[in-house]
Design a protein around this ligand. Structure first.
Ligand SMILES: [Zn+2]
Length: 459
């Protein structure tokens, strides 16, 4: 009899627990869609502040604004974590054209790649050699490359359904193209924009000279996909055409900036930290709405929704708005360094840095046991059409927290349109859909709620 009663109590508890998870997720989604703040926050970040490149006035304004907003949520603690960041500025707009015969020119839109040196004040004019890869560049060698401009024109692979895979398959041209082309005596580098769509927006992004001294750095710019096609066609007709470009960017000394952090202290396991975040800096061309204003406001929303629902987490829930993901990752590295020095125990990290599009699920990087447990929650998400739970990467900013015990995750929104906007002038507020943004925030909150409630096994 007693056994039966105990069994009944257990069953009731189990049933109750399951229904409360369903109910709790229902409340989270409902509140995000009716009382969320993410869209208003993004409106301010995008339209009142704008592009927030590290070291810029706008980046500092974004630090001040988001700190003030976190202060207003009634969290247990909000603070700024200092970090030194690089300061690179674009200067006056770039200019480029190709010349098919003397005096016959066609202007093409380009933008300097982040970290590139300027051209000489009068610009660079030279013949162009088109290549599809760094390997092809090496095969051509000094004989064909010396004194020319190298044009990297390998498109993103349209057959990849995950567009981030297509990006990964291409981005070496942008990141290392200039360093490689210098080896063979190139004067400059033009790279096809990392964009699956044909349009007129050049897309910037970080590049590196490795350890090349300043005197050996050649300028690098991105060209729009339409103009990359046009240039390629023109070169087939006349391989001798000249390309001209001028850019005015400059690298300054590092400056002080901040990660913006806020937390709700855990009620029973305050020493176990769950971190959720995005990066506050953005490229300078658009206003950084998708990359990564969306991820920042969604992360802030996680804490806001818990407050709104009067949910008191067992573990410490911390939002971190990381500075300088785009051209240095200094914020992510600093956060992990301070966490280690303070012997903080992070059990879970979640990053949103893939655009503010309809959430499809998450990818996870961490212990198998934790992944297995999380897979058991997948059906709770199915009513919200969130079903992708897979192993994979998490996010650049939380990456430095990786160890054998922590589970790291990345929100995975639909990726089909992300590279239409990524790092380009059209990454602006009107391209973010309010409901999609809010569904992403709710999806993150739901996962954080479950991790907080049940924990995740560390091995
Ligand atoms: Zn980003």
């Amino acid at each position: 009899m007693i056994r039966l009663v105990v069994l009944c109590i257990l069953l009731v508890q189990l049933g109750y627990s399951q229904s409360t998870d369903e109910e709790q997720l229902g409340k989270i989604y409902k509140t995000a869609l009716t009382q969320g703040k993410s869209y208003d926050w993004l409106n301010y970040l995008s339209n009142q502040i704008g592009g927030r490149l590290s070291g810029s006035i706008q980046a500092q304004q974004a630090v001040d604004y988001t700190k003030q907003e976190l202060d207003s949520l009634g969290l247990d603690r909000v603070w700024l974590q200092p970090v030194m960041v690089p300061k690179w500025v674009r200067g006056t707009p770039e200019f480029a054209y190709f010349e098919t015969s003397p005096g016959v020119t066609t202007d093409v839109p380009i933008v300097a790649l982040g970290g590139s040196v300027a051209t000489p004040p009068k610009g660079i004019k030279a013949e162009v050699v088109e290549v599809k890869s760094i390997e092809e560049l090496a095969k051509l060698g000094t004989e064909k490359i010396q004194g020319k401009i190298v044009f990297f024109n390998r498109p993103m692979d349209p057959t990849q359904i995950n567009t981030f895979a297509a990006y990964s398959g291409c981005v070496d041209q942008r990141y290392a193209g200039a360093k490689e082309a210098f080896k063979y005596g190139a004067l400059g580098v033009i790279v096809r924009s990392m964009n699956l769509r044909l349009d007129d927006y050049p897309h910037t992004g970080s590049m590196s000279y490795g350890d090349l001294p300043v005197s050996e750095r050649i300028p690098a710019a991105a060209i729009s996909t339409n103009s990359a096609e046009l240039l390629s066609t023109a070169l087939k007709l006349n391989p001798k055409i000249q390309f001209y470009f001028k850019q005015n960017c400059k690298q300054f000394d590092d400056v002080k900036s901040y990660n913006v952090i806020g937390e709700i202290k855990g009620s029973t396991h305050p020493d176990e930290i769950i971190v959720v975040g995005g990066h506050l800096d953005s490229w300078d061309l658009g206003d950084g709405s998708h990359d990564d204003g969306a991820g920042c406001v969604q992360s802030m929303e996680v804490l806001h929704l818990f407050k709104k629902l009067n949910y008191k987490p067992k573990r410490t829930i911390r939002v971190v708005l990381f500075m300088n993901e785009e051209n240095g990752l200094r914020g992510g590295k600093e956060y992990a360094k301070v966490a280690k020095n303070n012997q903080e125990k992070h059990i879970f990290g979640l990053e949103s840095d893939a655009g503010g599009f309809t959430p499809r699920g998450f990818s996870f990087d961490g212990p198998d046991a934790a992944f297995d447990q999380i897979l058991g929650w997948r059906e709770l998400f199915e009513p919200y059409l969130v079903h992708m739970f897979e192993k994979g990467g998490s996010g650049a900013d939380i990456g430095p927290l990786k160890n054998d015990e922590v589970m790291l995750a990345g929100l995975r929104p639909d990726s089909q349109r992300y590279f239409d906007y990524h790092h380009a002038e059209n990454d602006t507020f009107e391209h973010v859909n309010k409901r999609e943004l809010e569904l992403g925030a709710a999806t993150m909150t739901a996962l954080v709620y479950l991790v907080d409630k049940y924990g995740v096994p560390a091995q």
